[in-house]
Design a protein around this ligand. Structure first.
Ligand code: FEO
Length: 168
């Protein structure tokens, strides 16, 4: 693995931890609004993002690289509505997709086959992430200001439970 690739993978590790941090901030916001179903859904997403970060962690180590942790930016803390939260989250996932695509471009340029195969999982995962966030966003747009359907959705999203954190 080239130093350039190693640095880029470390950067993505940070980006995945930032995603976890931002979704935790969103969890706290939902918690403060007593939207416990939305909060529990987002909390499960936090665990997923930490798992994404750990995949990078393990891969860097397996390739004989060195994991170097850097400061994680502070995420936003306030939104006006659940719709605004999901608009921000969806936009963030689109941004993460662009980061993964850039990493894949680099792996192709460097003829780094192992990284290409590793990153393929993330390419597929991002399709899923955008679809999941996108469909919740669409539903929130349809719900608008109606509290009844919002609470029904809150109950439904509460069914998602956080998976246990996988070991490295
Ligand atoms: Fe780690 Fe939501 O992408």
């Amino acid at each position: 693995m080239t130093p350039k690739m190693e640095e880029a993978l470390n950067k993505q590790l940070n980006a995945e931890l930032y995603s976890a941090y931002m979704y935790l901030s969103m969890t706290a916001w939902f918690e403060s609004r007593n939207l416990t179903g939305f909060a529990s859904w987002m909390r499960a997403q936090v665990v997923e993002e930490v798992e994404h970060a750990m995949k990078f962690y393990s891969f860097i180590n397996e390739r004989g690289g060195r994991v170097k942790l850097t400061a994680i930016d502070g995420p936003p803390t306030d939104w006006d509505s659940p719709l605004e939260v999901f608009e921000a989250a969806f936009k963030h996932e689109q941004y993460v997709t662009s980061l993964i695509n850039e990493l894949m471009e680099m792996a192709l340029e460097e003829r780094d086959h192992a990284s290409q195969i590793f990153l393929q999982w993330f390419v597929t995962e991002q399709v899923e992430e955008e679809a999941t966030f996108g469909s919740i966003l669409e539903r929130l747009r349809m719900i608008g200001d109606q509290t009844g359907p919002l609470f029904m959705m809150d109950r439904e999203l509460g069914q998602r439970t956080a998976p246990a954190l996988a070991q490295g």
